[in-house]
Design a protein around this ligand. Structure first.
Ligand code: IMP
Length: 200
């Protein structure tokens, strides 16, 4: 029980990835759903703010350390959008998320700017992890995965915007490579390496 950590997320894709990242450290991960925690409203305008809202709500409710991830896709030519609104761009209006629609929205904006070359289509996934304790103390770790966006989407692994994101130096999208390979180079892995160096 002393080594239990609550992963403050309801996102399956993230839960699986964070679970895989922390497993080697002998920490047992519980999810926000295991404690019937509500999904707090993400009212921040920075990844750090939303990460703190989620982690602290879970730590306060459970009395256990909680780890959250707030992440998104930042497209250079769009001034960093969708950024903290990455999940919002997939909202359909009836409570569902449609990532094909979200990816198309990004693509339409890039095409409207005439962005055709990989250089003009640069983007980065960003992940901010927040490790929060019931007393309110917290630490932040920010990771990035640079790359560029392609169209049409390719691959059916991963989640979210993975099918349009080609990480720097690779030819395949995050949705085409083995999950283990994604875990080695992802924004979440980058942030997690910093967390491990600092606290584990
Ligand atoms: P959050 O749950 O508010 O942090 O929203 C983050 C959104 O960014 C998710 O809904 C995903 O669509 C997207 N995202 C974050 N990380 C990844 C990733 O590794 N691959 C693809 N999409 C991601």
């Amino acid at each position: 029980e002393g080594r239990t950590i609550v992963v403050a997320s309801h996102n399956r894709g993230k839960l699986e990835e964070i679970g895989a990242l922390i497993a080697p450290f002998g920490l047992s991960a519980k999810s926000a759903a295991d404690y019937n925690l509500p999904e707090p409203e993400e009212t921040g305008t920075e990844f750090e703010q939303n990460a703190y809202i989620k982690a602290f709500a879970a730590a306060a409710a459970t009395g256990l350390p909680a780890l959250s991830d707030d992440s998104g896709l930042c497209v250079d030519a769009l001034g960093g959008a969708p950024g903290v609104y990455t999940a919002d761009w997939a909202e359909t209006g009836n409570g569902d998320r449609d990532f094909m629609m979200a990816m198309r929205t990004v693509e339409e904006k890039l095409q409207a700017l005439g962005a055709a070359e990989p250089d003009q289509r640069r983007a980065a996934f960003v992940a901010t992890l927040c490790l929060a304790f019931p007393d309110g103390h917290c630490d932040f770790f920010r990771g990035e995965a640079p790359g560029h966006l392609i169209w049409p989407p390719r691959g059916d692994l991963g989640f979210g915007y993975d099918p349009v994101f080609v990480p720097a130096g690779k030819l395949l999208t995050f949705a085409q490579i083995d999950p283990a390979e994604k875990h080695a180079i992802s924004h979440r892995a980058d942030a997690f390496r910093q967390l491990v160096a600092a606290v584990l």
